[in-house]
Design a protein around this ligand. Sequence first.
Ligand SMILES: [Zn+2]
Length: 251
Amino acid sequence: MFIDSHAHMFDEKIDFEKIDLSLLDAIIVPSYSMENLDKVLNFCNKHKQCFCALGIHPFWCNNFDLNKYVNTVLSNKCNVYAVGEIGLDSLCEVDYLKQIEVFKKQLKIAEEFNLPISVHLRTKQDFNSFFSIIKNYKIQCAIHCFNGDLEDCQQAVDNGFYISFATNITYKGNKHLREIAVGVPFENLLIETDSPSMLPSCFKRKGINTSANIVYVAETLAKIKNCEVSFIAKKTFENANKLFNLKLKEK
Ligand SMILES: [Zn+2]
């Protein structure tokens, strides 16, 4: 059994009822814009495997509304398991200072409500900014769809953060990710699909990525870390369960 630590399963491209999710104990479903906060909450209320994360992604942070965001988190506190997807992306068009401002506001909420964060970082600049900002907060963190270098990974592990590998670890061109994954301690490991984007390589770009594909991430990690797929499932289950405080019992 698996936990998918980051998947936008509410996306309308996904026909949720038709997907076989019998291998999944839980899916963390993050919002990314002000417009889909309620949508994600409603979606997670409807599907018992889905656990809600609320956050505004850097791409959509220009219309961040702090009052509305705080009120939504506050009035649904029991059903919110993380602040995410939030982060920094120096390659997107949104002003970087604006991104930092919105990121910090959401970090403050995460700290206040004692919620972990699911964070998007793309470039070396993003990782450097992130590490210098995060040291001022007391927050647990999953670096979603990890795509940094060995040094970033080491720094994250030293901070006790979780490294979440996504389906892109199956891509031929991402040898550097597989090399980095070899050294990530099992205690810091998470897996995710980041659905609906990032279809595993074996699909040859045909179809839509869903949480059902989590098994390909686990298989890739098991191969490079020289262990059983069930061991990857067990460790990442324990880690996600602890980080997001899901209170799931192992079967
Ligand atoms: Zn995402």
